[in-house]
Write a protein that binds this ligand. Structure first.
Ligand code: GLU
Length: 305
């Protein structure tokens, strides 16, 4: 397995030159496009790593499955589903997904921005700061890493420039789908996206989702198995934005990507995978990251199809 990861690193490194780091959040433009890190945690407890797996980056959209999990724990499936639907939008993550007819919860999806902003309102807490703290603590618990924290610079950068997300939140508000103030909800969303992690953290979180909600070390049930099924299914159909169909064919595992360059891959019952490679394709997915996962899946027969 060590040799396999080293080979994947060698083979996929050139692909980092085929993408570009995100620049629409100015702070993300400082990322090094040649970075590539891989971390794999297997159900026998062994872990394998290669490249820049220790390097920190912001979680960005990989927080969406975590937000969804916490919303499920706080409210149950019925309430969550009534607020945010589960159908793939087939559109970019920040699309203004509207037609002439009114916006409905069925048009939302927890893996795209509008749905994730709506999910923030479902997290319990007496203030949006408290909601974020609960999300941060939950992320630390899933990753087994109490040191995970907020990247203040990325948070402030996105808060200052996030006009598109403001537009999406106001749209939700105009259709009566956001009861609270746009700025306070967005503040929680921007902070959620700016949680700082590394590939190991993502692999650990993915592992819990692969292991039906159970942590590896403590054997503690962190969330019920049916929530793992719910979140994994949505990641499968729309975790890779509007590239999810192609990813399902090429890789065939539930996964979530983020514009910070992270990808979290869940191989049910077998392993959690965390990838970091911030050079992105035009859809916002890590180019080298997808190459690694495609090769890993082919060589280890990981596809669930
Ligand atoms: N914070 C980013 C945004 O809302 C997340 C996008 C992503 O990673 O897909 O634009």
């Amino acid at each position: 397995m060590e040799e396999l990861l080293d080979a994947l690193l060698r083979e996929c490194q050139p692909y980092t030159a085929h993408g570009k780091v995100a620049t629409y959040i100015p702070e993300l433009a400082k990322g090094d496009p040649s970075d590539l890190g891989i971390y794999v945690l297997r159900s026998d407890g062994r872990h394998y790593q290669a490249g820049s797996y220790r390097k920190h980056f912001t979680i960005q959209s990989v927080v969406k499955p975590i937000l969804l999990l916490l919303a499920l724990l706080d409210n149950g499936e019925e309430v969550v589903r009534a607020k945010v639907g589960v159908e793939a939008t087939g559109k970019p993550f920040d699309a203004i997904n509207v037609t002439d007819s009114p916006l409905l919860s069925a048009h939302l999806n927890p893996m795209v921005n509008m749905g994730a902003i709506a999910i923030c309102t479902l997290i319990h807490g007496s203030s949006y700061e408290e909601r974020f703290q609960r999300l941060l603590n939950f992320t630390r618990q899933l990753a087994g890493n109490p040191e995970i924290d907020l990247d203040e610079a990325v948070y402030l950068s996105e808060k200052r420039t996030g006009s598109k997300n403001r537009a999406l939140a106001f749209l939700l508000k105009s259709y009566g789908m956001l009861e609270d103030g746009v700025e306070e909800v967005l503040d929680c969303y921007f902070k959620a996206c700016s949680i700082r992690v590394n590939s190991k953290d993502l692999a650990n979180i993915a592992f819990v989702l692969a292991n039906h909600g159970k942590a590896l070390q403590s054997d503690e049930q962190l969330f019920p198995p049916e929530y793992a099924r719910y979140v994994n299914a949505i990641m499968m159909t729309c975790g890779m934005y509007d590239g999810s169909g192609d990813f399902a064919i090429r890789v065939g595992i539930p996964a979530k990507s983020g514009v910070g360059g992270g990808i979290m891959g869940v191989v049910p019952t077998r392993m959690g995978v965390g990838i970091f490679a911030p050079a992105l394709d035009e859809k916002g997915n890590s180019v080298a990251g997808i190459q690694v996962l495609e090769r890993l899946s082919r060589r280890m027969y990981l596809s669930i199809f």
